[in-house]
Design a protein around this ligand. Structure first.
Ligand code: DAH
Length: 361
């Protein structure tokens, strides 16, 4: 065991001097591995006479523990050093100013979407999604559209070529069906997205944006619907008294149905929220038709609810006084600089939706 006495300080010194985890691991293998020095010594114990064997065994085990501890301690130290080095190289100086020459702006539609979803999220609505390319069942059939309904005809719907009856969705209402198919009530969702119709003039573009809302529960009623919408308008337009009217209407998927108009005036083409001047239609809503609930696989005798569909682009026109819907899609840098928002001014309900970011264009 004399060799052990000289070997030990030598190994401990090597451990102390190891400057990387790989070097340290090589030492471990050379000493404690299957063919390591100490392991080989352990194997020779059997050849010693019994009285020597006990002592030698004990000494060997002590040394093994000591070396094991030294290896562990060094490993920890090296790992800490490595982490510190990494943190030092990956650090970011948060005190640096943002690039003043930054040109990018958030598009008013993206901003308004965020504002709207922020309000709904705070009311307890979950986010839901559906595909832009839809099938007839989800877009029309399940939503209780009669077979000869004009919305199914060429002038409104874009059909996919060789698409096996696939279409570009004409509204976000199919997300109602997709949600009820996979979720059990209570359901409270909002589904934002792009929709497509073959239409083009000052207030219509072939692609525009909607936010669909759906609430399904056992005792949901029209009063709840009205409460949600009135509350939403106050928060969105950031005024306590938004002129609003519920007008009876018709949608195949709701009964009764209503359309909501916002009181506004129009000067030099720009819209402004104002009572007594005129009205702009901004959304459709109603109590979900029992057939729709049935078509989605739920029991209309047990569940009922309400739905609404917002025209996001119109909300943007109204809130930010944008005169022509078509300019949203012109990709004109002068326009986006004027109407766009700074990327770091994210709308939140606590710090302000638009008063914060919206005015600092
Ligand atoms: N999907 C309708 C449209 O695009 C809007 C709508 C009306 C949605 C009534 C609804 C609703 O959820 O209940 O014209």
């Amino acid at each position: 065991m004399d060799t052990l006495e000289t070997l030990k300080p030598d190994i401990l010194k090597k451990i102390e001097e190891a400057d990387s985890l790989t070097v340290l691991d090589d030492i471990r293998v050379a000493v404690l591995g299957k063919k390591g020095t100490l392991t080989e010594m352990m194997k020779t114990l059997g050849q010693l006479p019994p009285e020597e064997r006990k002592m030698a065994g004990q000494t060997l085990n002590l040394v093994k523990t000591e070396i094991g501890d030294a290896l562990d301690a060094k490993k920890k130290a090296l790992e800490e050093k490595e982490l510190e080095q990494r943190l030092a190289t990956e650090s970011v100086d948060v005190t640096l100013p943002i690039r003043p020459q930054q040109q990018g702006r958030i598009h008013p539609i993206a901003q308004v979407m965020e504002e709207m979803l922020t309000i709904f999220a705070q009311m307890g609505f979950e986010l839901a999604e559906g595909p832009d390319i839809e099938d007839d069942f989800h877009c029309f059939e399940a939503l209780n559209f009669p077979h000869d309904h004009p919305a199914r005809q060429m002038q409104a719907t874009f059909f996919m070529q060789d698409g096996d009856g696939l279409i570009l969705r004409t509204h976000t209402s199919p997300v109602q069906i997709r949600t009820m198919e996979k979720k059990q009530p209570p359901i409270r969702i909002v589904a934002p997205g792009r929709v497509y119709r073959c239409d083009y003039d000052m207030t219509h573009t072939p692609m525009f944006h909607q936010i669909e809302g759906l609430v399904i529960d056992k005792e949901t009623n029209m009063g709840h619907l009205k409460g949600v919408l009135v509350d939403f308008m106050k928060r969105f337009f950031e005024v306590d008294d938004v002129p609003m009217r519920f007008r009876p209407s018709f949608f195949p998927f709701t009964e009764p149905s209503a359309e909501v108009d916002i009181g506004c005036s129009r000067e030099n083409g720009e819209f402004k929220i104002e009572a007594g001047k005129g009205w702009m239609e901004v959304l459709g809503c109603g109590m979900v038709h029992p057939n729709v609930i049935k078509n989605s696989g739920l029991d209309p005798n047990e569940y009922q609810g309400f739905a609404f569909g917002f025209g996001v682009d119109r909300f943007a026109m109204l809130k930010y006084g944008i005169p022509d819907l078509r300019s949203f899609f012109d990709a004109d840098m002068r326009w986006i600089k004027h109407y766009g928002f700074l990327p770091l001014d994210v709308p939140t309900v606590t710090s302000g939706l638009s008063l914060n970011g919206g005015q600092k264009r």
